[in-house]
Design a protein around this ligand. Structure first.
Ligand code: PLP
Length: 451
């Protein structure tokens, strides 16, 4: 039997104390040779996966509500994705799209160009990761507008290479000791409708955040005519799973049009159907000039894409390229992923997301530490606070919940300072969602009692 066809149980089964003996040994060896820059929250040593389930090296089976950080959209090792990868790997692994043509790359570009927001024709640039998609967008925005400044939002995460890191304003540790970043990047408050753009007036988050750009940035710090692009995550991911209000995104689009600034949406985490529509910005009906995507696009194969309006993507041969970008095997995985998303999984994300919101509707009454539950589809954040009135952040309770959940066979990650992120594969069903919620319910109650 092929490994991809071996089914795992559909709910967790733990057979050792965690971590088990084999996991312990690998974590020890990892500590000696792997870059210490990673932030592993618990000792999961993954061996194989199927659907929403992951088995570790000791034979323990976990329910995965992290999906490889919102990557395995179709679940782990979906048989159609595995078959597409195997077929393509046996036929052609690499030639390089910088110098040659690939049929699959054109097929995928046509599909992405067609689903990009708006009716204008689009072009696609392929790369290997989210950060590369953002770098490409930054370069294209400068090239097209001949302007060199950027605006990005406080709390947003756009990647860790030096260009994208200049936009990132999520955690100081991500910038510490890396010296001067790109000049000409201005950060502005994100419209957080739980806390407010300035930490006050949450009901005015959208208008306050828009006013800050026009009345502070454009009056005091940068002339709008120098700004090439505004970058925004329509749902802030690493910053805490915080959706921008619809009226804010619509207002931002208008502001960009008024000043001839490109609107670039970072859908690296929120795109490819995760929110129940192809793009999170589709919920606002806006038409950005540039859309960046990666993570969920190829079910775990490394692939990123920067999609831009055709009249914006006007750079000339030699201006930008990547040896591996649009690799045939990654593209084959993306084409299989695309079909599954289109046929069933985007609708499933919307359906199971609604189920989760219904099931958690009374959690703020049940749990004194649950401050906010927000998001769309299967991109859901639960903000954990010490006090619902003061909204004092409670990272220690949140961290405890994550550890307890792991001990019960549920994989969840944190986002931002004090939020839990629910980002399961889009293939997850209601029984699994119900298990995850019952587990979290118990873990939150326990963490509240003991932390
Ligand atoms: C919104 C967003 N943009 C960009 C990135 C960077 O992607 P990558 O890690 O593939 O470089 C991430 C990664 O978490 C992300 O969430």
């Amino acid at each position: 039997m092929q490994p991809a066809e071996k089914k795992l149980a559909s709910l967790p089964e733990l057979i050792t104390a965690l971590p088990g003996p084999k996991a312990k040994e690998i974590v020890e060896r990892d500590r000696r040779v792997i870059s210490p820059s990673y932030t592993r929250e618990y000792p999961l040593v993954a061996k194989r996966g199927h659907g929403a389930m992951v088995e570790d090296v000791d034979g323990n089976i976990f329910l995965d509500f992290a999906a490889g950080i919102a990557v395995v959209a179709t679940g782990h090792c979906h048989p159609q994705v595995v078959a597409a990868i195997q077929r393509q790997a046996a036929e052609l692994i690499h030639m390089s799209s910088t110098d040659f043509y690939y049929p699959g790359m054109v097929d995928l570009a046509e599909k992405l160009a067609a689903i990009a927001p708006g009716n204008a024709p689009n072009r696609v640039y392929f790369c290997n990761s989210g950060t590369e998609a953002i770098e490409a967008a930054m370069k294209l925005a400068r090239y097209h507008t001949r302007r060199d400044k950027f605006i990005a939002f406080q709390g947003c995460f756009h990647g860790r290479t030096l260009g994208s890191l200049s936009l990132t304003a999520s955690k100081a540790v991500q910038r510490k000791h890396f010296g001067a970043l790109l000049a000409g990047v201005f950060h502005t408050p994100y419209p957080d409708s739980y806390r407010g753009a300035y930490g006050v007036r949450p009901e005015h988050a959208a208008s306050d955040a828009l006013a800050h750009i026009e009345c502070e940035l454009f009056k005091r710090l940068v002339d709008p005519e120098d700004v090439a692009a505004i970058f925004i995550e329509p749902v802030q991911g690493e910053g805490g799973y915080v959706p921008a209000p619809v009226e804010f995104l619509q207002g931002l689009e208008k502001l960009c049009r008024r000043h001839g600034i490109l609107l670039a949406v970072d859908e690296v985490q929120s795109g490819m159907g995760r929110t129940g529509k192809w793009w999170a910005c589709d919920h606002a009906g806006i038409e950005p000039d540039i859309v960046c995507t990666a993570k969920g696009i190829a079910s775990g194969m490394p692939l990123g894409a920067m999609i831009a309006k055709a009249d914006v993507m006007d750079w000339k041969p030699g201006a930008h390229a990547s040896t591996f970008g649009g690799n045939p095997v990654a593209v084959a995985a993306a084409l299989a992923t695309f079909g599954l998303l289109e046929r069933e999984l985007i609708a499933n994300a919307a359906r199971v997301g609604e189920f989760i919101f219904r099931r958690t509707a009374d959690w703020r009454e049940q749990h004194r530490s649950v401050g906010d539950i927000r998001g769309k589809g299967l991109m859901i954040g639960i903000e954990i606070v010490r006090d619902q009135k003061t909204k004092e952040r409670a990272p220690e309770i949140r961290n405890r919940v994550i550890q307890e959940a792991f001990q019960k066979g549920l994989l969840v990650l944190g986002a931002g300072e004090n939020s839990l992120r629910l980002a399961p594969p889009l293939i997850v069903d209601e029984e699994q969602a119900d298990f995850a919620l019952r587990t979290l319910d118990a873990c939150i109650a326990e963490a509240e009692r003991t932390t």
